[in-house]
Design a protein around this ligand. Structure first.
Ligand code: XMP
Length: 517
């Protein structure tokens, strides 16, 4: 394992992904983790991420210098680089030499461990206020920029490396190569993290844990639960039963698709529970987003408990063995929900924070360590069809969190009709792969005056929220063609009674999240 110490910017997850792209397993730990704890995990290497702080700021997160004496290879990036410089006796100045964005890096030691085989001048992405003006003793300065005399250094003897820039972002042209040089040459790690190895490892782990007992799986129709289910099925075969809860908050045609596509692809045992009434009753009168999420999460588990009870009853004596619930929780969900990383909780994700305390299952979360792109690769490895592997993300709480205001049957019908038009048009325009997803949000408590034919209307607006993203942690609004937007708008306002305005959300994430609730 390579541990990425998170100094509080969004960069740590990206770094962890890039490390895995180099076929080396990585995890994120918060910067408050004591060094003894970091070392106890026997990391093959440690990476110190960038962060928003200045090393001079009061309460700036620091690093215990003991880390550098432990014989573990360390790579500092940006803020992590400066911390390293400072901790080891170099000089970091708050000189006002700010650099932000694309910068040219001049490599002065072409055969250095990090830069070998990369050009003498290369584009990198910088983002810092402080700058290192003198490297610590024992280090060789390997690169500089116009404004920063020490932009990279290394000490091969102690296997300590640092760069001022962000090698993890795509704007750093040779960033991935520099990172791989650290992992493979600097730290001497043999790449072994492959989809085949992920599947093999998980299958073994799940088999050992489940033994002869049984599991049920929360199938949602999304990629994550499908891959989780397929993985568990690979491990324990018929000891798995998938349960698909139709909570009445799905989009048009989706439930049918789950029943057809997924079963066809996997041959898995599937039980469908129609629980729409139950969810809608529980949601009656509720407008608060977090309450909705909690309620939906809670009802989900209750329905599963009921399904479990039925399975137990049917299985007779063997029934007590239905002990596990499979969920498609991903690594970013775990990090965003503050799962062991100290990161602030942004929303209670349906598969993590929304779970009630009185859960009666043990959880199997075979994707808990994986990023989305890795989940897709695992899905392919397991033989799932592209329509499932490349399905756009859809939140567990479904349309329940896309109606701003109370969720009712009528409102769901309105939203479903509008959403179906949007999906049809986006698919027709061939844009499904270019956009990450396009939530359609119904502003159910808002009405505006319109005119249609000769008559005055007083209907609701919908919001289109098309976004592009790599990992849902950050996102930008998609620049959809005007013609397409016009067609969507005309169709929705013509075909969906009671929707008389179509608006476009042009907010990036941050500051907006992708979903509205
Ligand atoms: P936000 O709104 O946090 O969404 O920017 C990030 C991504 O996560 C999806 N999402 C969820 N997925 N359960 C899920 O499985 C949830 O509770 C949930 N909430 C949001 C959202 O669609 C986007 O892709």
């Amino acid at each position: 394992t390579v541990l990425v110490v998170d100094f509080g910017a969004q960069y740590a997850q990206l770094i962890a992904r890039r490390v895995r792209e180099a076929r080396v397993y990585s995890e994120i730990v918060p910067s408050t983790t004591p060094v003894a704890e970091i070392l106890a995990r026997r990391p093959r290497a440690v990476i110190l991420s960038g962060g928003p702080a200045s090393v001079y700021a009061e309460n700036a997160p620091g690093i215990d210098p003991a880390l550098f004496d432990a014989g573990v290879p360390v790579f500092g990036m940006c803020y992590g680089f400066q911390l390293m410089a400072q901790a080891l006796g170099g000089t970091v100045d708050n000189s006002g030499a700010r650099e932000y964005g694309r910068t040219v890096l001049s490599v002065s030691v072409p055969d250095s461990t990090l830069f070998e085989g990369t050009p003498a001048e290369q584009q990198v992405w910088m983002s810092h206020g402080d700058a290192c003006s003198a490297a610590p003793e024992g280090f060789t300065v390997t690169a500089s920029t116009d404004t920063v005399p020490v932009a990279a250094f290394e000490d091969d003897g102690r296997r300590l490396y640092g760069v001022q820039h962000h090698p993890e972002v795509l704007h750093s042209t040779y960033g991935q190569q520099v990172l791989e040089h650290f992992l493979h040459r600097g730290a001497g790690i043999t790449p072994s993290w492959t989809t085949g190895s992920i599947v093999a490892e998980q299958v073994e782990e799940i088999r050992a844990r489940v033994g002869s007992r049984r599991a049920i799986c929360a199938l949602s129709g999304g990629v994550d639960s499908a891959v989780a289910a397929a993985l568990v099925q690979r491990a324990i075969g018929d000891q798995l039963t998938c349960v698909y809860v139709d909570h009445g908050l799905m989009r048009q045609g989706e439930s049918e698709q789950v029943e057809k596509d997924f079963v066809a692809a996997t041959g898995v045992r599937l039980r469908v529970v129609d629980a729409a009434d139950r969810f809608l009753d529980a949601l009656a009168g509720v407008s608060d987003p977090e309450r909705k999420r909690k309620i939906i999460g809670r009802e989900f588990i209750r329905v599963f408990e009921q399904a479990q009870a039925e399975l137990v009853a049917e299985a007779g004596e063997a029934g007590e063995d239905v002990a596990f619930l499979v969920q498609g929780t991903l690594y970013p969900d775990v990090v965003e929900s503050g799962g062991g990383t100290g990161t602030a909780s942004i929303k209670s994700h349906h598969n993590v924070g929304g779970l009630p305390d009185d859960l009666e299952f043990e959880l199997i979360e075979p994707l808990r360590k994986l990023f989305k792109d890795e989940v897709r690769m695992v899905g392919r490895e397991l033989g799932l069809p592209e329509e499932i592997v490349h399905r756009q993300p859809f939140p567990g709480p479904g349309l329940g969190i896309r109606i701003v205001g109370e969720v009712t049957r009528e409102r769901l019908d309105l939203l479903r009709a509008a959403d179906a038009i949007v999906r049809e048009e986006l698919t027709g325009a061939g844009l499904d792969r270019q956009i990450w997803q396009c939530p359609v949000v119904l502003l159910a408590d808002v009405r505006s005056v319109g005119v249609q034919g000769d008559g005055r209307t007083y209907g609701h607006p919908v919001v289109l929220r098309p976004v592009t993203s790599e990992d849902a942690m950050t996102a930008d609004w998609s620049r959809l063609p005007y013609d397409l937007l016009a067609r969507i708008s005309t169709r929705i306002t013509n075909e969906v009674r009671d929707i008389n305005r179509v608006t476009l959300d042009i907010t990036s994430k941050p500051p907006g999240t992708i979903e509205w609730e």
